[in-house]
Ligand binder design. Structure first.
Ligand SMILES: [Zn+2]
Length: 397
């Protein structure tokens, strides 16, 4: 099903997409089991730029679990330190000491736990029951709620309720089919001077450094500072601060506008994005992986992939390696024994290598390449050829 209107401004998206991606995984989190393979298949995704507000977005339906915050890994010391410094600045600068802060989409409380070390009253809402339970087990005040327009954000048992003085939203808005509705809900539950801290992945970073395999159906929208500002203004906020964090993430601090304030002005002079690099990556990566498969095949050699990540799934389903590789190795037990969406490559634990060794392994785990290469050398010995994708190119490690 196609969504023909912009998720932020509601105007028609236009007929011609920026690019179309065939055979993409239908979801990054719902990993099929054997019995589901008959039904499971890749989908075609069309990336559009709204001609009116400039937001780059897919025109598809959201994944079934878009209300849930499933943070897969990445909970590193660097990330914790980043959150701490963001919290410190937010609380000091906007005088939030002793005040009520709510995180919309808190998952199992990964970042809310860090906030608990600060002198504020910290609350979180999360749609997925199992994650709410995990967060509660950590002693956090979290309840099941989503933040759709019109909702009153309060715990059922009366232990917490608004108005809140501030809110937090970490990489959640890009999943939302109605981001303005979500932000309006939050605004309605804030005090008059309420402030918020929002982060989303940066479109510019993807365009500059990543290949098409970073695009993922779970992320319906790809924001820039301009389009994010437009969305938050439409929801009744004004932007006070904008900052690029961790090289690849947009971070903004917003404040609720007075009720009498005018609606967001229509941002008709948006800049068209240049996605030529992404389009090119579809060709170059496809060709490089084809050459790799041909070369290995001609030598009678075999290939495995390491990383049942969305990037790994996408590379497997959109290039020849989905047919050529024997399996995808992943250390996460909950992925093992299942199959990659669309390509249906089996996902196996690292030890599987000893039963069914391969001659070369392609690592697809952005941010963990070095660490995984070391594991491969240590566990499988030095004779395995190790490769990795760096942006647009295949590299031997
Ligand atoms: Zn729009």
């Amino acid at each position: 099903m196609r969504n023909r209107i912009c998720i932020v401004c509601g105007r028609p998206l236009g007929e011609t997409p920026l690019m179309t991606l065939a055979d993409m995984p239908a979801s990054a989190q719902d990993i099929p089991v054997k019995e589901e393979l008959g039904e499971e298949q890749g989908i075609t995704l069309s990336l559009h730029q709204c001609e009116a507000c400039g937001l780059v977005q897919f025109d598809c339906e959201p994944v079934a679990y878009y209300k849930d915050v499933i943070r897969s890994g990445g909970f590193t010391t660097t990330m914790v330190n980043l959150r701490k410094s963001q919290y410190r600045h937010f609380i000091d600068r906007y005088h939030l000491e002793g005040k009520k802060l709510i995180e919309a989409g808190c998952g199992q409380g990964e970042f809310l736990g860090v906030l608990s070390d600060f002198p504020v009253k910290a609350y979180g809402i999360e749609n997925r029951e199992s994650l709410v339970r995990l967060a509660k087990e950590k002693g956090l005040t979290v309840w099941k709620q989503f933040a759709a327009e019109g909702e009153i954000l309060a715990a059922d048992d009366g232990s917490a309720g608004g108005p809140y003085d501030g809110f937090l939203s970490f990489n959640f808005l890009e999943h939302q089919p109605d981001p303005v509705g979500m932000l309006r809900c939050i605004a309605d539950n804030l005090s008059e001077e309420g402030v918020g801290l929002i982060t989303v992945p940066s479109l510019e970073y993807i365009l500059q450094y990543d290949g098409y395999y970073e695009l993922i159906r779970d992320h319906l929208a790809y924001y820039t500072f301009d389009t994010l500002r437009y969305a938050v203004e439409k929801a009744g906020f004004q932007v006070l601060e904008e900052e690029m964090i961790n090289r690849d993430t947009l971070s903004v601090i917003v404040r609720k506008k007075k009720r009498t304030a005018e609606q967001a002005e229509d941002n008709s002079k948006h800049t068209p994005v240049d996605i030529s690099g992404l389009k090119e990556s579809l060709g170059t990566i496809g060709k490089e992986l084809e050459e790799l498969a041909d070369s290995l095949k001609s030598q009678g050699k075999t290939l495995g992939i390491w990383g049942a990540s969305h990037q790994g799934f996408t590379l497997a389903s959109t290039t020849v390696i989905g047919q050529f590789a024997r399996y995808i190795i992943d250390s996460a037990p909950f992925k093992q024994g299942k199959y990659a969406p669309a390509s249906h490559l089996p996902i196996v634990p690292p030890d599987h290598y000893h039963m069914d060794p391969v001659d070369a392994i392609l690592i697809v785990a952005p941010g963990y390449t070095k660490e995984i290469a070391e594991i491969i050398e240590e566990k499988f010995g030095g004779h395995v050829e190790i490769l990795a994708l760096k942006s647009n190119h295949l590299e031997r490690i």
